[in-house]
Design a protein. Structure first.
Length: 169
């Protein structure tokens, strides 16, 4: 009798939780998002691109992230250039020296200086849009910062000021 009750309880539990186990228990579950810390260079190196000319599909995705994951980039500023004509500040980092590495809205030079270690925190999202290239219309799948994309213009935009913090805050 006790064995029958135990078997019934186990079967009920398995039936109840069966949906949670599908696809390893994480696929499609927004609560399964992860938080990953890295330098800006590690973030940029994480990108993988592909183009399928037969099916007219291009993909720019992050190998270590899924939609909904959070990235925390911690790096040292090596250059800040404010451009008043577009009201953005371009930043370069110790780990990634490209002049156009990252832009943030507004003039941040009064609060941040070369040598400061900063943290950028943002959610990763997937975007898709159509892009004409060599007379053909490609569907582009693109992963980027949730805060750094203009869906109307289908392009990257400077990050809002509030995603940037000093590392010691």
């Amino acid at each position: 009798m006790k064995r029958d009750v135990l078997v019934s309880v186990v079967v009920c539990c398995l039936i109840t939780f069966a949906g949670c186990l599908e696809d390893g228990g994480t696929h499609g579950n927004q609560d399964a998002s992860t938080v990953t810390s890295m330098t800006f260079k590690e973030f940029m190196d994480d990108f993988d691109t592909s183009r399928d000319d037969e099916n007219l599909i291009a993909s720019v995705h992050l190998k270590s992230f899924d939609e909904g994951d959070t990235v925390i980039i911690e790096d040292q500023l090596t250059n800040l250039i404010y451009n008043p004509s577009v009201d953005t500040t371009s930043m370069t980092f110790a780990s990634y020296q490209r002049l156009d590495a990252m832009a943030v809205e507004g003039d941040i030079t009064d609060e941040f200086s070369v040598g400061d270690t900063v943290v950028i925190t943002s959610e990763i999202v997937n975007y898709s849009y159509t892009y004409q290239w060599e007379g053909r219309h490609y569907t582009v799948y693109y992963e980027w910062f949730a805060d750094g994309w203009d869906t109307d213009k289908e392009t990257e935009v400077p990050l809002p000021r509030e995603v940037l913090k000093h590392a010691d805050q």
